[in-house]
Write a protein that binds this ligand. Structure first.
Ligand code: NAP
Length: 484
């Protein structure tokens, strides 16, 4: 398969927080890959901006090191790195001060797209927006990219939106949820709306339930103090899992256009029913003989923050009335996997009798690892002995089906940055969407604070607390096994 890369127009991209972890691991290596693929034009300019004293030359060394460490293993033509570094510069800037802003204005070129990536703590978003405005950099050609977390509740999200909207229109604000930039997440829409096969069955009449799992094998790592303030609900469910839920559950938009898609996602969030307390399971990974537990990792031995969540969710609309969605996410689980599983209902009548057993079609969409899709289909078990049925998977690995190009699929961040330059907001969250997601999340969090809910401990390397299994068993269902 030959991939077609359409170059974007020349641009100036300023990375506030250019010396930070995200810039080093994701943004800079991603831009380099887009440059090598021919998508980022040679006329583009990238400017790192942060308080650390650095010259252009020093930032180029920082950039080259970031690419060496996180650029991936793709073979790059000779001279590509130097050509890329020629496009890179640095300005010493303090979001809260005046120094550096005149220099930045002088370096940003007229009549081009200006993208300002706010890869800094959200507490600086307002300062950056204000300074950009003061220095004449918030014009029509400007776009700002803001990172998660977008608030910690409805009130803070509204405040952040208000700060940004003071100087930028909604069409200039790109709120990143990098899950939306993943190849397979977009494939969800292609599978649903590009095939005639699934859509007629995509409703409560034919779907028994849907599972969304985002499991990690790692613990909180070095993010302990941030994570303990946030927990799985704020860190994963309110944004990533919610976005997956929207894409799976939404009505077909009239067009694959930003507001058409986001309008439909918003309707899903607004149709979410409040979650009953007994439909929520929270957990914390326990210590083992050889490894510390959650509370030691976050250095808070009295922490009640969850590193695992499972919940059963209902969407009150015609399409989904009566079909539950089970969401789970957690750290230190058995496998690193992100998966959406659509479990269809039994055939209305079995002509094979009770001995044939119970069989269901299951569509599993794997987001990671090994992106692909499996559809369990019921067939006759081969051999003599009568009509015995068995479920076999029709297994499609995108890498196998589409060849090496699929394996080198564009990473989420680079795709999203190119979308910013193109001015395509389809894969970014709109302000009202984020607020609606918090409006649904807040009462859940308030509920367990009111009830002094204590998360259940779970053994690392398993599937989370026992109660999460019970959540499904009570309904006569079970989670799909976590497999790497
Ligand atoms: P980080 O490593 O702490 O980097 C923060 C950056 O901000 C540094 O470059 C720092 O450089 C700069 N900075 C701090 N104060 C500043 C000021 N007053 N004026 C200008 N620059 C300032 O953080 P990060 O991990 O890169 O995260 C950046 C943002 O992305 C955060 O909002 C985070 O929540 C979000 N995010 C990060 C990740 C990730 O994987 N890292 C994932 C998702 C979201 P100086 O100290 O030199 O000024």
């Amino acid at each position: 398969m030959v991939s077609r890369v359409i170059p974007v127009d020349p641009f100036d991209l300023v990375i506030f927080g250019g010396t930070g972890d995200l810039a080093r691991r994701k943004i800079i290596p991603g831009l380099f890959r887009r440059f090598c693929s021919g998508q980022m034009p040679p006329e583009a300019q990238i400017i790192g901006a942060a308080r650390s004293e650095m010259t252009d030359a020093e930032f180029r060394i920082f950039t080259a090191e970031a690419i060496a460490e996180f650029g991936g293993s793709a073979v790059v033509e000779d001279g590509m790195l130097d050509a890329f570094l020629d496009r890179v510069g640095y300005v010493v800037i303090d979001a809260k001060g005046e120094g550096g802003w005149k220099e930045l204005s002088a370096r940003v070129r007229d009549n081009l797209v200006h993208a300002f990536y706010f890869s800094v703590a959200p507490s600086l978003f307002g300062d950056l927006a204000e300074r950009l405005h003061e220095h004449g950099l918030a014009g029509d050609e400007a776009r700002i990219v803001v990172e998660k977390p977008f608030g910690k509740d409805l009130e803070s999200a509204r405040a952040l939106n208000a700060v940004l909207e003071k100087h930028f229109d909604e069409h200039q604000i790109y709120r990143i949820d990098h899950y939306l930039g993943k190849e397979t997440v977009q494939n969800l829409m292609a599978v649903r709306f590009g095939n005639v096969l699934f859509e007629p069955l995509w409703n409560a009449q034919y779907v028994d339930h849907i599972q969304i799992t985002v499991a990690e094998t790692v613990g909180v790592g070095g993010r302990g103090s941030y994570y303990d303030q946030s927990g799985a609900m704020r860190d994963m469910v309110q944004n990533h899992l919610m976005q997956l839920l929207c894409l799976i559950a939404m009505e077909p938009p009239a067009k694959f256009e930003p507001d058409a898609v986001r309008d439909e996602k918003l309707k899903v969030i607004r149709a979410l029913e409040p979650v009953e307390p007994h439909h929520i399971v929270r957990g914390q990974y326990a210590a083992t003989d050889t490894a510390s537990g959650y509370r030691q990792d976050v250095e808070n031995l009295r922490s009640f923050t969850e590193s695992f969540m499972a919940l059963k969710v209902h969407i009150s609309n015609w399409r989904w009335a009566g079909t539950p969605f089970y969401l789970r996410t957690g750290k230190k689980l058995k496998a690193r996997t992100s998966e959406i599983v659509v479990v269809f209902k039994d055939a209305p009548h079995s002509i094979f009798g009770v001995d044939a057993g119970r069989h269901r079609n299951v569509l599993a969409i794997r987001l990671q690892p090994n992106e692909g899709m499996t559809l369990d289909v019921t067939i006759k078990e081969p051999g003599p002995g009568g009509m015995r049925l068995v479920d076999v998977p029709l297994d499609m690995s995108f890498a196998e089906a589409l060849g090496p190009d699929a394996e080198q699929a564009t990473e989420a961040y680079e795709r999203l940055i190119m979308d910013v330059i193109r001015g395509n907001q389809t894969l970014f969250m709109r302000g009202d969407e984020v607020e609606a997601a918090w409006a649904w999340t807040d009462p859940i969090i308030e509920g367990w604070i009111r009830r002094s809910d204590v998360p259940k401990t779970y053994d690392p390397g398993g599937a989370g607390p026992e109660d999460a299994l019970v959540l499904m068993h009570r309904d006569g269902r079970r989670w799909r096994e976590l497999k790497a």
